[in-house]
Design a protein around this ligand. Structure first.
Ligand SMILES: Nc1ncnc2c1ncn2[C@@H]1O[C@H](COP(=O)(O)OP(=O)(O)OP(=O)(O)O)[C@@H](O)[C@H]1O
Ligand SMILES: Nc1ncnc2c1ncn2[C@@H]1O[C@H](COP(=O)(O)OP(=O)(O)OP(=O)(O)O)[C@@H](O)[C@H]1O
Ligand SMILES: [Mg+2]
Ligand SMILES: [Mg+2]
Lengths: 227, 227
């Protein structure tokens, strides 16, 4: 589904260059539940941003379903991001002036879904993440874990075929986190949605079919797990 | 050291009232390593904000070292926050235009510490949290866990007698999180700094001398632990 070939990512900082990712080679198959783990600062967010087409590599090739992303037009790439890829950001990136219904609904407005279908879909997702009592709250009127759940719901709203999640349970207690992971596992097994997520939590890693260990910008280990 | 007497906190949302905390009674002794745990949305951040004088209760009394905070002048309260209480926010609240040295140094500038003493103190803390190679980075040029560590270092810079930490290891891997907790434990045991922190992580709870269980805005349980 997704292939990274000799991918590197550098950041410029004044005169210094930070080599955040170095020569990454990784193939992700459709239907995987892939976990990326490693110490703070090792490159997980950088890698997920490249996979989600939110950022471009400094060198190397990224292919999504055989298409080389570097050769896509900006429009094709935007359609890809909107339709096929759902992204959960490490710091949520919710829209401050919209309440949680409007925040989750937003991608459906962008792809022109009809109003009644939007309401049905958004209500369903708000229910799944346990936020039905908080529909009118804006992001600054929510707890940290509630904002995280809005970001999770928003990523699912367009029925994407791939979800990329950056530490999706960092602000959730064990019980709430588990119920979210059960939803994701179900989508993965029943609808073959591919999940690629970073996490620091060993309980979350248990759900993965494969674990990629990252350290200082390089893949140090692959680990296959029972599904 | 800190006492909450029948404290309640309501939020107004349009016509609805959210009772985030209801009749909280809690005494915190000097030198405690107190953990507050509970499901997402149960009121941990709300409680920590009241304890840290970042917010005021709707009803009830909060006392800090015998002084009723409601009767303090704004100046006295600001001095308290600056000098005695270190706060680590759930979403860090770093200053975007300052690099990490300047971010950590900021409270020392506010209380007019001499420049050479500032440099000594900030360099020491940057070293403790493992960010010496990132001194010139601004917050948006850091990983999530690196930003969390800047927030942690900043809270320690004024040698406060109380540290209030809202999920201080949520974005840290197990190893980095442990090293930070060891630093806090050492400060607690050697310098009698009081720590009050919320967490979802059972490994972090292990460090606590007492655990307060919160659920739906009320204290459901107290649990004493071996130090
Ligand atoms: N400004 C606000 N207006 C209305 N409701 C609010 C506001 N801030 C918080 N709340 C609500 O108060 C409740 C408690 O929030 P709080 O942030 O204290 O939870 P928490 O225990 O820290 O959760 P988490 O573990 O998810 O961080 C939540 O249900 C939240 O929606
Ligand atoms: N814009 C930037 N400019 C310079 N360096 C950056 C920038 N963004 C990230 N970095 C650096 O790149 C490295 C990788 O960052 P990344 O955010 O991918 O780490 P991470 O594995 O997600 O960490 P965490 O677990 O703390 O979230 C870090 O050392 C970080 O300081
Ligand atoms: Mg990250
Ligand atoms: Mg909170």
């Amino acid at each position: 589904l997704l292939q990274m070939e000799n991918v590197s990512k550098d950041y410029q900082l004044g005169k210094a260059v930070i080599h955040a990712l170095k020569n990454i080679n990784l193939k992700v198959e459709k239907g995987e539940f892939l976990s990326i783990v490693g110490p703070s600062g090792c490159g997980k967010t950088t890698m997920l941003n490249l996979m989600g087409c939110i950022d471009k590599p400094t060198s190397g090739v990224l292919k999504f379903q055989e298409a080389d992303l570097a050769n896509m037009s900006d429009n094709a790439e935007a359609d890809l991001r909107l339709g096929k890829i759902g992204f959960i950001f490490q710091s949520f990136n919710l829209i401050p002036v919209l309440d949680i219904f409007e925040n989750i609904e937003f991608p459906l407005i962008l792809n022109k879904t009809a109003k009644r279908k939007r309401k049905e879909r958004v209500d369903h997702l708000i229910d799944i993440v346990g936020l039905s009592e908080f529909v009118k709250h804006k992001p600054d009127e929510l707890s940290g874990g509630q904002r995280q759940r809005v970001a999770i719901a928003r990523s699912l709203v367009n029925n994407p075929s791939v979800i990329i999640a950056d530490e999706p349970t960092a602000n959730l207690d064990s019980e709430t986190g588990k119920s979210i992971l059960e939803v994701m596992k179900k989508l993965n097994e029943e609808e073959k949605v591919t999940f690629i997520f970073s996490t620091h939590n060993p309980e979350v890693m248990q759900y993965a079919t494969r674990v990629v260990h990252l350290r200082d910008g390089v893949i140090s280990d692959f680990e296959k797990r029972g599904a």
